[in-house]
Design a protein around this ligand. Structure first.
Ligand code: NG6
Ligand code: CA
Length: 506
């Protein structure tokens, strides 16, 4: 009796100690449209990002890490669900009034962490749809992040360039005056005031394509919006607002394991940095937005330091798709680029099936657990974060869920150099990586970061050997027909779902 009691106490103690070691706080900093070459730790010199570099100095830099798609919504879908977005219809770039894309009840990265006792929160850009049916922004908007595992949310509902231009906190528009209700339309014009198309001279930043409907804060947006004047955001303050909410979340949950998904608006368009950063980079507003983003990262790291949480927090910094210059506003991203190379010499960028579309910066810090100042060339996909982080915190991924997510914790923590055997890359169509090989199927592939220039890939598709040319300069399909055939077959198999982890095992 006595013995078994002692044993039980010891067992409980060991469990608590074990759990403490394996349940670090997790801060996932998910940035928007930041390219591989936009951070100075990846070797570029025109722009300094000291806080992002600090994560790399004190941790691991993954040099072959990928978001799942070359645009936001599908990448975020894959990140949260552990499932490639192409497996579900309606996961392309979402409208600002789109309904919730991830169905309530889905097993997600936050539900997995929640089941391990984490307090979970998302602050910043969402762009995964909200509510169901006709959305009424004046009521409690639901379902939302709370229904897929987040205890707390403070959101930019879609993107900075889409209405409604308001924040949503726990399902409610922040600072909404009930006497001035919000209406939103992505079809019929409901806003009688002059649009960006009609009065471009009124704009503080002019649109270059699209983005010419309702004007909010001197910038015209995609979609029509009326009302909610008091609740409308001020773009210049957005980084401060969300950073404040994020650090507040850390403050409030410092005594429990927490998961913070900090999803920045920078450096998506419209790029409207605060006056502290505007004009400071010498690279125009895009570069200034990078400085602002780096500041946000610094503020989070400082908060962790101040609360003495740095040692017990896994920090991950990465991006939702590759870089773009002119994405719809005249912000001189092209004109002031100079020698800066946003895609780090990879081919293509946002919207592209070439590497620049998804090969994004990724740095990981967990002092004492992830080797400092290290780098890894292992192939890593963000779709693996769900299974990897579940494994970290000791949670089993229920069978039949998160089917594309593999446990790559060893790679994420710098303990293994064995990357993913293969990885899908989505940009309307699907490209495939397999080791150092890359297969791009036939079709028009977006080429440049600015104007809409595409390259036509003919049947049977292109094959690139990244070990000799990381920049995908030479199509070697004819030279390696067997490799091409192998990859086309695997491509088919993955598309058909035959390769999901639940089917083939990890
Ligand atoms: C495009 C927008 C672009 C950007 C993108 C989504 C136009 C002409 N272009 O449709 O500005 O908003 O959608 O970007 O409207 S993402 O990073 O959120 O995927
Ligand atoms: Ca994006």
């Amino acid at each position: 009796m006595k013995h078994s009691l002692i044993f039980s106490i010891l067992f409980l103690l060991s469990l608590t100690a074990g759990n403490a070691a394996e349940r670090p706080n997790i801060v996932l900093i998910y940035t928007d449209d930041v390219g591989y070459g936009d951070v100075s730790c990846n070797g570029q010199t025109t722009l300094q990002t000291p806080n992002i570099d600090r994560i790399a100095d004190e941790g691991l830099r993954l040099t072959d890490a990928h978001c799942s798609a070359a645009t936001c919504t599908p990448s975020r879908f894959a990140l949260l669900t552990g499932k490639y977005a192409f497996r579900q219809r309606g996961t392309g770039i979402a409208r600002g009034n789109a309904n919730m894309i991830i169905k309530p009840g889905t097993v997600t990265l936050p539900t997995l962490l929640k089941s391990a006792g984490y307090h979970t929160g998302v602050v910043g850009k969402w762009h995964l749809g909200l509510g169901e049916g006709e959305l009424d922004w004046n009521q409690h908007v639901t379902p939302g992040p709370n229904e897929i595992g987040f205890d707390y949310h403070f959101l930019i509902p879609a993107t900075g360039d889409r209405v409604p231009c308001v924040y949503l906190e726990q399902g409610r528009v922040v600072d909404l005056d009930p006497a001035d209700p919000i209406q939103v339309s992505y079809g019929k014009r409901i806003d009688p005031s002059p649009s960006g198309a009609e009065q471009p001279e009124r704009l503080k930043q002019k649109w270059s394509h699209g983005h010419n409907q309702t004007i909010v804060n001197g910038i015209s947006r995609i979609g029509w919006m009326t009302g909610g004047q008091r609740a409308r955001w001020v773009d210049e303050d957005m980084a401060d607002v969300i950073t404040h909410k994020a650090t507040q979340f850390i403050d409030e949950h410092q005594h429990e394991p927490f998961f913070l998904f900090f999803s920045t608006h920078d450096i998506h368009v419209p790029r409207v940095p605060h006056s502290r950063f505007a004009g400071k980079s010498g690279l125009g507003l895009r570069g200034d937005a990078m400085l602002q983003l780096d500041w946000c990262v610094g503020a989070l790291l400082e908060k962790l330091d101040a609360l003495k949480l740095a040692e017990n927090t896994l920090v991950i910094f990465t991006s939702d798709n590759g870089p773009v210059l002119d994405d719809g506003y005249h912000d001189e991203a092209n004109e002031k680029l100079g020698d800066h190379d946003p895609n780090g010499s990879f081919r293509g960028g946002k919207y592209s099936l070439f590497e620049g579309g998804t090969r994004v910066p990724m740095v990981v810090r967990w002092p004492g657990h992830v080797p400092a100042n290290s780098s890894s060339p292992a192939l890593f996909g963000q779709v693996d974060l769900a299974a990897s982080l579940a494994s970290l915190v000791g949670v089993t991924v229920p069978e039949g869920t998160c089917g594309d997510s593999r446990n790559s914790l060893g790679v994420l923590l710098g303990r293994s150099s064995e990357g993913r055997p293969h990885l899908i890359h989505e940009a309307r169509q699907l490209a495939l990586r397999m080791g150092h090989w890359k297969y791009v199927p036939k079709g028009q592939v977006r080429e440049k970061l600015g104007p809409w220039i595409t390259t036509k890939i003919e049947e049977p598709g292109a094959l690139y050997d990244l070990s000799s040319h990381p920049g995908e300069v030479e199509d070697v399909a004819k030279r390696y027909p067997e490799q091409l055939a192998k990859m086309r077959a695997l491509h088919e198999k993955i598309r058909g779902g035959d390769d999901q982890v639940a089917v083939v095992g990890q």
